[in-house]
Design a protein around this ligand. Structure first.
Ligand code: XMP
Length: 509
């Protein structure tokens, strides 16, 4: 059993970031809604509890408040931003709402005798984002940091091991913020640092073996990071009891099908590759509306998968690559919302199985990648950027043909190769080419051309809900443009997409 920290979510924007920081410190944690019943916390036997920030003012009737019994558990608590205000309010202190807010990088003065600030300089920058602040600390507390405008940038009750920070230690703008979290975990909570991917792999393999026993497992392998890592983990746990079905719908990027096969060919599992290009292209012929394309691909995928699954007969478990951000219960809203995520919509209804297994359910994306490397998957699979289920079908605008797909595949491969060569493949979070299906006039050699316009798209984003267009250097773009025009037939004009999301979306369709 890993030591664990409970993060109580009050609805702030950095909740998942706090959880990731804690795990980066080698400590397992889970995010729970602020109003979770105390028993659900105590049954986890946490070594510490962290309150996140939140958008509300504590004195509003409707603002989230947790059960004050949380301070009587004898477990250390760290309140961040709205969390420090909640702590002060519930323990008899006072929070004030001034007219002005304190926002951004702020000079902060620390009392370095406080264990949280051990090894931190007496003055450094912290990241503030608040209006309200604690102006009267509760009995038994002392102030351990302040700024020029905020008298209580931090407070502690060392005896009860209760700590509060008005600023955000989890964001990179706070200098020494990760040391502060590390100090809370190791100096105050007594963490041992037992959350490592090596450990996780071992434990997960053991518990998968226990759960699956001699049963058969079926997994839809897309070649994306999550399903690939799930396959690698399951194959280590149960070997040839696992069957992976990889449906190549003909809408993959260049060489992708072979790369996926190469990565799994040597492992102990049953790898079924279905080459269904013709089938998909036939269904898509003459279709140009994006949602219609998606629907056709989704339905055809299920049909192909179902046919293959039938050949295997009844399976005991259907495996899915669900990851932690998909299952976190949100702390705000009238009811706790649990997002459910199926890698392939509707599959469970069509396949005969007894139970679902989700071996990545506890992991963040960066942890999934680390686990993949731990399990020996190649870097190109582990660092693969997100790729939509409908594939290149939504990157050829309008009607799809095999020729257009091949043109796009060649251009996209050059774009990706050059982005990697320029060392931008980790900083630009998603990048791809789009065949616009619009033609324009050009001149090549001595002749007139009338060919397609290709659009390049590169975005930076953390959650893919909002995104900014990536500032790829002009000389890199120039080189990419020259190569594509010279090496790919049928394209005579290249544009770079400079819209953010919103108002645009990341994909063009
Ligand atoms: P948009 O275009 O909505 O994309 O800004 C956000 C993210 O979702 C991916 N995306 C999809 N993924 N099926 C998928 O599995 C889809 O139909 C789909 N459409 C968009 C997109 O690549 C980006 O990462």
């Amino acid at each position: 059993m890993n030591q664990m920290v409970v993060i109580l979510d009050f609805g702030g924007q950095y909740n998942q970031l706090i959880a990731r920081r804690v795990r980066e410190c080698g400590v397992y944690c889970e995010v729970m809604p602020y109003n979770v019943p105390m028993e659900r916390i105590t049954e986890k036997n946490p070594i510490g509890i962290i309150f996140t920030g939140g958008p509300n003012s504590i004195y509003l009737e409707s603002s989230p408040k947790c059960d004050p019994a949380v301070f009587e558990l004898g477990v250390p608590v760290l309140g961040i931003c709205y969390g420090i205000q909640t702590m002060a309010y519930l323990l008899g202190g006072h929070v004030t709402s001034p007219d002005s807010r304190e926002y951004g990088k702020t000079d902060t003065y620390y009392d370095t005798t406080c264990p949280l600030f051990r090894g931190v300089p007496a003055q450094a920058i912290s990241w503030m984002s608040h209006t309200d602040y604690v102006d009267t600390i509760p009995a038994g507390f002392r102030v351990t940091a302040h700024t020029n405008t905020c008298p209580t940038a931090a407070m502690e009750n060392a005896e009860k091991r209760l700590y509060g920070l008005q600023f955000h230690p989890e964001v990179l703008h706070t200098q020494h913020g990760s040391e502060m979290l590390h100090n809370f975990l190791y100096e105050v909570c007594g963490a041992k640092g037992d959350w490592t991917m090596g450990n996780y792999a071992e434990t997960a393999i053991r518990s998968l073996r226990e759960k699956i026993g001699g049963g058969k497992v079926l997994l839809a392998l897309s070649g994306g990071v999550d399903s690939s890592v799930a396959a690698a983990l399951l194959s280590r746990a149960v070997g040839s009891q696992l069957t992976c079905i990889f449906v190549n719908h003909g809408l993959m990027r260049k060489n992708e099908g072979d790369e996926v096969e190469a990565a799994f060919g040597g492992r102990e599992l049953n790898f079924v590759r279905v080459n269904a290009e013709e089938r998909f292209l036939k269904k898509l012929a003459g279709v140009s509306e994006p949602e219609h394309k998606r629907k056709i691909i989704g339905e055809e995928f299920i049909r192909v998968f179902e046919e293959e699954a039938k050949k295997i007969g009844t399976v005991d478990f259907l495996a899915q690559g669900t990851i932690y951000p998909d299952v976190i219960e949100s702390g705000t809203g009238d009811a706790a919302v649990i997002k459910s995520h199926h890698n392939v919509g509707g599959l469970p209804d069509y396949v005969d199985f007894k139970e679902i297994v989700e071996p990545l359910r506890l992991l963040f994306k960066d942890e999934v990648r680390r686990l993949g490397l731990e399990l020996g998957l190649p870097e190109y699979l582990v660092w693969r950027q997100p790729f939509p289920g409908p594939g290149l079908a939504i990157r050829v605008i309008g009607e799809i043909t095999k020729e257009k797909l091949d043109t796009l595949r060649d251009a996209d491969a050059i774009f990706r190769e050059e982005i990697a060569r320029a060392g931008l493949d980790r900083s630009v979070n998603q990048y791809f080419a789009v065949l616009t299906s619009m033609r324009s006039v050009g001149v090549m050699g001595d002749g007139r051309t009338y060919d397609y316009t290709l659009a390049l798209r590169g975005v930076t984003t953390t959650d893919f809900m909002t995104a900014d267009w990536a500032r790829i250097p002009y000389d890199v773009l120039e080189h990419i443009s020259n190569r594509i025009i010279n090496e790919v037939r049928g394209i005579n004009r290249i544009v770079y997409d400079i819209t953010s999301k919103p108002p645009a979306t990341i994909e063009w369709e």
